[in-house]
Design a protein around this ligand. Structure first.
Ligand SMILES: Cc1cc2nc3c(=O)[nH]c(=O)nc-3n(C[C@H](O)[C@H](O)[C@H](O)COP(=O)(O)O)c2cc1C
Length: 174
């Protein structure tokens, strides 16, 4: 799929099938994450953790306590792969969040191009980031804090590709 079509077709998946993605697709997604722009080239302030261990995925789900009758599979929607983005916080202008967002969106677009489902996840990270029992399972390098994540897998109901935006944002021209 070309880049424009992959971007226009990207949509959040909240119903993942149990089958795992291939190593090749995972590597492509990770390579695209590493190709994101990062402020002042500080790639060393970012870290990615690929989590496919069901025990850890289940521990995150339980600890976040985000399941509801409306969303019984929250927060990970049964995704078989989670890519956690962690940052080393050195500044007060929130650039770490901007950098993480660029990495995640690059990976989401790559997933779209590969026909994979993905969803950008913020909520569960806010719940678990201060829980040592969960964060210790990630084996993060010293000084890194979880910021957000991308869940990856195959969508149970694969969305139709799109050739137009699914949402709109106000624009003005001067
Ligand atoms: C910064 C950010 C945080 C998000 N956090 C969550 C989340 O915690 N849980 C979730 O289900 N979706 C989350 N999303 C996905 C959005 O809800 C979704 O992108 C939005 O509703 C637009 O839908 P679409 O992605 O299907 O086009 C997040 C998206 C962004 C960009």
């Amino acid at each position: 799929m070309d880049a424009i079509r992959a971007i226009l077709s990207r949509v959040s998946t909240k119903n993942f099938a149990s089958s795992q993605i291939t190593k090749e697709d995972l590597n492509t997604v990770l390579n695209c994450g590493m190709s994101a722009p990062v402020g002042r080239k500080r790639y060393d302030t970012l870290h990615l953790t690929v989590i496919q261990d069901k025990k850890i995925l289940d521990a995150i789900t339980d600890a976040s306590a985000m399941r509801t009758p409306e969303q019984p599979d929250a927060p990970l929607y049964n995704a078989p792969t989670l890519i956690l983005v962690s940052s080393k916080f050195e500044r007060t202008d929130h650039i770490e969040f901007a950098n993480a967002a660029c990495v995640i969106e690059n990976m989401a677009i790559a997933a779209s191009a590969l026909g994979l489902g993905s969803v950008y996840l913020w909520g569960f990270v806010q719940k678990i980031k201060d829980m040592p029992a969960i964060v210790d399972m990630f084996d993060l390098p010293q000084g890194f804090v979880p910021v957000s994540a991308l869940a990856l897998g195959y969508a149970v109901h694969k969305p139709e590709p799109s050739d137009r935006p699914r949402h709109s944002i106000g624009i003005n021209y001067k």
